[in-house]
Design a protein around this ligand. Sequence first.
Ligand SMILES: [Zn+2]
Length: 91
Amino acid sequence: MPKKIKSDPSKRYKARYGSKIRKKIAEIERESKATHQCPKCKTKSLKRNGTGIWKCRKCGKKTAGGAYKPKTPIGAKVKRTLKEVKQETEE
Ligand SMILES: [Zn+2]
């Protein structure tokens, strides 16, 4: 189970980081606690079960993904780039 955070998550980081980064962290914390769509049963039952591990409460499907989101924007970019590279080599 993820740790319960009582106060505003961004407050824990104080002024050490800029407000933009604190906002980003708050967003990541929110995303990491939110439920996401399961790739198998398509219900919004996918919950973070640890860093990079997501588990569906409905069908029990376990999936590896981003540390804080099932699919990271970086992961999608890597996938896209790989596809482009593949297409280039095939032509
Ligand atoms: Zn599922």
